[in-house]
Design a protein around this ligand. Structure first.
Ligand SMILES: *Cc1c(COP(=O)(O)O)cnc(C)c1O
Length: 871
């Protein structure tokens, strides 16, 4: 074929249909079924051909058809009504607007300094919003997309920042023998729901980031509108870049470590520059809070330090305090291998020498990501470590993951208990309107009205206006049938890609059965998720699949990172099992897992299986999407399920925690899975009454919808972020952000003084009064500590007593911690502190005294990592 060049000729919409462009470009259509129906009605065939992509649809419809539609008053009225509805959605006050009521003078809470943030920047390496914009690889990106959508629904003033990858993540297909095959079709941004930021004179607006050797990395900035939320995506494929620089944003998670570092420098440093550009061009308020979704975006803090140092002439240390105060960091992985680490020399070559950022010495940057702790590797730069050091507030993504993260990162806070490590948790959620089957959501809405959101309607009996068991079961059946239909098409396409002729594929019409218990399993394929655990005993699984009376069927999907040979091998092992003629109608692998597939798969399953190696699943969200549709979870107690499994909303696969041998552990956990299926899940699904209804099963479905439905919503999650993290962060940032960043300068100076003076801090002597007089419950003892502080003042420190019951193994179960009051000073920096401790419980009493730094600008006792424990 001859080489050709391409560009896109845009459709010109007839004037009466002009609002269609607005409707296509705001991604709200991706979760707003009425808008999608409007597009479908314009040309149902074209809509199917472009796979529900409004921008592509408008490009595919002929000018004649558009002219005919423009002449139809009915159509024009519907288009305008939809546009009015969108505009109302974009402008009406929502939940967030009620948080900071206007003052009598018309000021907002943010203006007065006491309200929630004026704006929040949310940085992520991937965003999964719709299959049309394939800029995600898995859960992290989908979560980021759901975060933005729910922020939009709540009216939270977020702006997203990410990269636009020329080929997104790869497309997956299978070879004849079941190997994953990857292709990277290049996207044309002009055919995506994106708008380029432009200067007033129409030229492309760009930002620049310095590269080694005097080179420059330029990027243009695309804007996607996610409802009310703008998402800025940086794209290095622009004129003026050399070839290597153009390729920086070529694909998501591809390439070498250096390529990845370039991407992360662009995301962090370039991302902040894109925000400034966006504010300059649109007047959008500057963010007060910066949220780094995982470590990839960590360089955003480095760039903000540069801004403050350059603008205000403060020290690096003072600027770092200001940046920390305004930053939130979310960690997503309890797997050390899942953390981004770069060679120190590589980072030095990018942020040192001629490409050093003004005011930001490379050694200071390297110190931020240094693994300078027990067991750390001095040759690497750790992005998660930098994330934690540059954020005053950090969190994991489920209760269990919070605890696991505190343990995992406790090396950064030697001398403190893991429980004190300053990493909180906000449990993930999913965006309801995106992940609930639209007809199912419609049915609930119609039946329960305002009650639909609370879930309470599901518990109502039929005579109290509830949904009957019969109706609920037929809805479940409709969603299952839709999945079966979709799966057959995908299996047919996959086999034809694998080289089978149509004549060989007659059997595909019998793949899956709309009446059989359907189990789903779809997620990325890192080893810890154990895709092939269900194959542990192939004969036992086969018996379950082929049971003549009560069979099960299994639908599986998932991409493996191409560099993960083990993952690719697991897919092949699975595919080879599913290819077997004996079982191929009951177990299938669907290639190219993406949002569009997930939206059909999750509602269509009866049971959603998840069997990670506990506790390596930080949260997991696919099971939440299932719960929204009345599918039941069958899962290892990991991530969110550990928190919300209640005995009736699904099943917990018992784990063999503590069994060291991984093979034996897999054997035990697989056996537990088969047992649950054979003994409980399958019988309950097929236990039908005279009306053919599985009453007990439906009880569990109702219970799931009613109790999990409201909890798993990403609006709940985003509200948690606002209340627990964004609002207090904005207050802290403002306290650091006055003229000349005086608060930050003072805090940095105080920290330096305390660090310098700390080696002199000692607990000389501790005594109690009242302990030797046979104390009883209700009595109190006085604890006195004699402490040397050197040059530090008593107000610089907190002397604390932690007390509780002493157990058989000499461990202390804490009842509480008290601060001792400064009661006397002596010569040479010696001081007495004391407190009265009430003895409220009988038994062996123990206590410990320690000294930690104290300042109102600190996040807590751990912030400086300084502590002196009494011997
Ligand atoms: C929800 C979702 C995920 C994440 O699922 P986990 O359960 O968190 O592993 C990944 N990919 C797609 C396409 C999804 O919809």
């Amino acid at each position: 074929m001859r080489a050709f060049r391409r560009f896109t000729v845009r459709t010109v919409l007839p004037e009466p249909l002009a609002p269609l462009d607005e409707l296509a470009r705001n991604l709200r259509w991706s979760w707003h079924a009425p808008t999608r129906e409007l597009f479908a009605s314009i040309d149902p065939q074209a809509w199917a051909a472009v796979r529900s992509d409004p921008v592509a649809l408008l490009g595919a419809v002929s000018p004649e058809r558009l002219a005919a539609l423009a002449a139809d008053p009915d159509v024009v009225a519907r288009v305008h009504a939809a546009a009015d509805d969108l505009r109302a959605y974009l402008t009406m006050p929502r939940w967030y607007q009620s948080l900071a009521p206007e003052g009598a003078d018309g000021s907002s809470g943010a203006d007065r300094g006491d309200g929630p943030p004026r704006a929040i920047a949310y940085f992520s390496a991937e965003f999964g919003i719709t299959a049309v914009l394939p800029q995600y690889s898995g859960g992290l990106g989908i979560l980021a997309g759901d975060h933005l959508k729910s922020a939009s629904d709540l009216g939270v003033p977020i702006v997203g920042v990410g990269l636009l990858y020329g080929a997104g993540y790869f497309k997956q297909s299978l070879t004849r023998d079941g190997w994953q095959h990857e292709t990277y079709p290049v996207l044309d941004p002009d055919n995506l729901p994106l708008t380029a930021l432009r200067e007033d004179d129409g030229t492309l607006a760009t930002i620049e980031v310095p590269l080694p050797g005097g080179r420059t990395l330029r990027a243009q900035v695309w804007r996607a509108d996610v409802g009310r939320v703008p998402l800025l995506l940086l794209d290095s494929n622009v004129a003026g870049n050399d070839d290597a620089a153009r390729r920086v944003t070529d694909r998501l998670y591809g390439g070498t470590s250096e390529h990845r570092l370039q991407q992360e420098l662009l995301l962090g440093i370039g991302g902040v520059r894109a925000l400034r550009l966006f504010s300059r061009l649109t007047g959008a308020p500057e963010p007060e809070v910066y949220h780094a979704n995982e470590g990839h975006a960590g360089f955003l803090g480095v760039e903000r330090i540069r801004e403050i140092v350059e603008l205000e002439g403060t020290s690096f240390a003072a600027a770092r305090e200001a940046v920390r105060a305004g930053t939130v960091f979310t960690t997503h992985t309890p797997v050390p291998a899942g953390i981004d680490r770069f060679g120190v020399d590589l980072v030095r070559s990018y942020l040192g020498g001629a490409s050093e950022l003004p005011g930001v010495p490379v050694d200071e940057v390297l110190a931020l990501g240094a693994e300078d702790y027990d067991g750390g590797d001095p040759t690497v730069f750790n992005m998660a470590v930098m994330g934690l050091r540059l954020a005053k507030r950090a969190n994991g993504v489920s209760l269990l993951h919070g605890a696991v993260s505190r343990e995992m990162f406790s090396v950064l806070w030697p001398g403190f208990d893991a429980a004190e490590v300053p990493i909180a948790s906000v449990t993930n959620g999913v965006h309801g309107p995106t992940w609930t089957d639209p007809e199912f959501a419609g049915a609930a809405q119609e039946q329960f009205g305002a009650d639909a959101a609370s879930g309470a309607g599901w518990l109502r009996g039929e005579d109290a206006g509830g949904v009957s068991d019969g109706r609920l079961w037929s809805e479940r059946g409709r969603m299952r049938a839709r999945l079966v239909h979709d799966a057959r098409e995908r299996v047919r396409r996959s086999w034809s890609d694998r080289g089978a002729s149509p004549a060989e594929l007659g059997w595909v019409d019998d793949v899956l059965d709309p009446d059989v218990l359907t189990i789903g399993f779809a997620r990325r394929v890192p080893t810890y998720k154990r895709l092939t655990l269900m194959l542990r005993d192939p004969e036992r699984l086969t018996r379950l699949l082929l049971d003549p009376d009560r069979p099960i069927q299994i639908v599986v999907a998932g991409k493996s990172h191409p560099a993960d040979e083990q993952g690719v091998g697991l897919i092949q092992k699975f595919v080879q099992f599913a290819d077997d003629e004996r079982v191929r109608e009951r177990i299938v692998f669907l290639p190219n897992y993406d949002i569009a597939m997930a939206q059909v798969l999750m509602p269509g399953c009866d049971v959603w299986l998840n069997n990670p190696l506990r506790p390596l699943e930080a949260s997991g969200t696919s099971g939440m999407k299932c719960a929204l549709n009345g599918a039941l979870n069958l899962s290892i107690l990991d991530g969110w399920w550990d928190e919300w499994f209640d005995g009736q909303n699904g099943w917990a696969i018992p784990t063999a925690d503590g069994v060291e041998d991984p093979e034996r552990r897999d054997d035990l956990e697989a056996a537990a899975l088969y047992e649950l299926l054979e003994g409980t899940v399958v019988p309950r699904f097929y236990d039908r009454d005279a009306d053919g209804l599985p009453r007990h099963w439906l009880e569990m479905v109702r219970h799931t919808l009613a109790t999990l439905g409201p909890k798993v919503q990403a609006t709940r999650m985003v509200a948690d972020y606002v209340e627990q993290l964004y609002a207090p962060t904005a207050l802290d940032a403002r306290a650091m952000d006055g003229t000349g960043h005086a608060g930050a300068v003072a805090l940095a100076a105080w920290k330096e003084r305390v660090r310098a003076g700390w080696p002199a801090v000692r607990v000389d002597h501790v005594e109690t009064e009242g302990a030797d007089q046979a104390p009883r419950v209700g009595d109190a003892v006085t604890v006195r500590a004699f402490v040397s502080l050197g040059d530090l003042a008593p107000s610089d420190v907190d002397v604390q007593v932690t007390y509780g019951r002493v157990g058989e193994n000499d461990e202390l179960t804490s009842f509480g911690t008290l601060s001792l009051a400064h009661t006397e000073s002596y010569e040479a920096g010696r001081h007495q502190f004391s407190a009265t401790v009430a003895l409220e419980r009988p038994g062996a009493f123990g206590y410990g005294v320690r000294v930690v730094p104290r300042h109102e600008g600190l996040a807590g006792a751990t912030e400086l990592g300084l502590v002196v424990n009494a011997a």
